[in-house]
Design a protein around this ligand. Structure first.
Ligand code: COS
Length: 387
């Protein structure tokens, strides 16, 4: 067993750390308040090779290993979950999915543009009545005289959905209606060229989210949206497997992002515990504060090791369904606890946006929910053990 990072992993970690601290951190609070992130940040992530992630260089990607990509997510997550979330959806959910399931023509057409940040991707699975129960989606695809398909339905909470130019959309194929529920689902690559694409209406999700306020969350309605035959991703009826395998990649990105938030909470607490004086001495001299910091560090190390194990296994070509769900379950829960303790340790200051722990506390709850809630991760873990 080797716990040291390799040269390439250290390179990506350092590049991401510098970018996150110098370019993202100064904007994080402003982006949270404005409810959006500047497009220049996306361009800068592309220039540095982050968006190309693990996609092979032959398809315009950066050819990173999975652990390097996790380190990039961790560094971004340390400063801003919205920016990290943008990239996890674009690179892990969408690009890795096209790389895994796409044919050469689809890969050539989309991956180089996406690695350069010229085409943003989104992943459209969730619907008003299909969240955790992903196989029950109601969006339909009707065959159109052998030419292609007409999509009808509604998708919600689609991250990057308004800025995206390509979506992976999951729909139930009419011609497969005799099959089992999940075997009817088909994945489609849907170009989103302009706000008024024929048969597609995109709007911002109503309401103000608790966290991830700089993220773009869309409500997308398909109304007889025509898609050509060549846009099927992975084959008719393969959509549920496409969706689940994409979530395998995405969930690792979320878990790595949670480790970043957790680290940020610990850093903030250590600094505050040294600076803040009560009863005539720094609060870090009190055992209850020390206990909080010690527990935060122990759970951080455990979460990080679980994330690195899953990434390392991916790099060995092993199946990581179980390990990724364990990592997501543990890392997000541990970070939720750390963020809650961080707000408490900062007292009234932690309860206002004067200090960033308030944002970490709001953001981290989202990581425990999206790309499969804590309960879903436990279902996946138990099913893998009991089958
Ligand atoms: N990769 C590839 N295929 C997979 C897979 C994966 N990670 N996980 C499951 N599959 C396949 C299975 O092999 C099975 O195929 P067969 O029909 O050939 O046997 C099929 O998918 C059904 O698998 P399973 O029986 O495990 O699915 P369930 O219906 O029991 O559902 C849960 C499993 C609940 C775990 C799934 O619906 C889920 O993850 N839901 C959460 C969805 C989610 O995360 N939503 C968040 C919003 S998206 S950002």
């Amino acid at each position: 067993m080797n716990f040291f990072l390799g040269e390439e992993q250290l390179h990506w970690q350092s590049l991401a750390c510098t970018f996150a601290q110098e370019r993202v951190q100064p904007l994080a609070r402003e982006m949270d308040e404005a409810g959006q992130m500047p497009h220049t940040l996306i361009e800068e992530m592309a220039t540095r090779g982050f968006l190309g992630g693990t996609i092979p260089k032959a398809w315009g990607g950066s050819g990173m290993d999975a652990l390097s990509l996790a380190l990039v997510y961790e560094e971004l997550g340390r400063v801003c979950s919205s920016v990290r979330g943008f990239m996890t959806v674009h690179t892990s959910l969408v690009m890795q999915c096209i790389n895994q399931w796409g044919n050469d023509e689809q890969k050539q057409r989309y991956l180089p543009l996406m690695a350069r940040g010229e085409l943003i991707g989104c992943y459209a699975l969730t619907e008003p009545d299909a969240g955790s129960d992903a196989a029950s989606i109601q969006t339909t695809a009707r065959s159109e005289g052998g030419l292609g398909y007409a999509l009808n339905g509604e998708k919600i909470w689609i991250t990057n959905g308004n800025i995206a130019r390509i979506a992976i959309v999951f729909a139930r194929l009419h011609t497969l209606q005799e099959k089992k529920q999940h075997e009817q689902i088909t994945a489609f690559l849907v170009p989103l060229n302009a706000a008024e694409d024929a048969g597609i209406k995109r709007t911002r999700m109503p309401g103000e989210p608790l966290g991830h306020r700089a993220s773009d969350h869309a409500h997308i309605v398909f109304n007889d949206c025509f898609i050509g035959h060549e846009m099927v991703l992975g084959g008719e009826g393969m959509g549920f497997k496409v969706a689940m395998s994409a979530l395998d990649h995405g969930r690792l990105g979320v878990a790595a992002g949670a480790v970043g938030v957790h680290q940020a909470c610990l850093d903030a607490c250590i600094q505050f515990a040294k600076e803040r004086k009560q009863f005539g001495k720094p609060i870090g001299d009190f055992e209850m504060i020390q206990s909080t910091i010690a527990e935060m560090k122990a759970s951080l190390d455990a979460a990080r090791l679980l994330v690195y194990r899953s990434a390392w296994m991916k790099d060995q070509g092993l199946s990581t369904k179980l390990e990724t769900s364990i990592a997501k379950y543990f890392a997000t829960n541990a970070a939720v606890k750390a963020a809650s303790e961080a707000v408490l340790l900062h007292g009234a200051r932690g309860y206002s946006n004067e200090y960033p722990v308030e944002r970490y506390y709001r953001d981290i709850k989202g990581l425990q929910i999206y790309e499969g809630t804590e309960h879903i991760q436990k279902i996946v873990i138990a099913k893998e053990l009991l089958r």
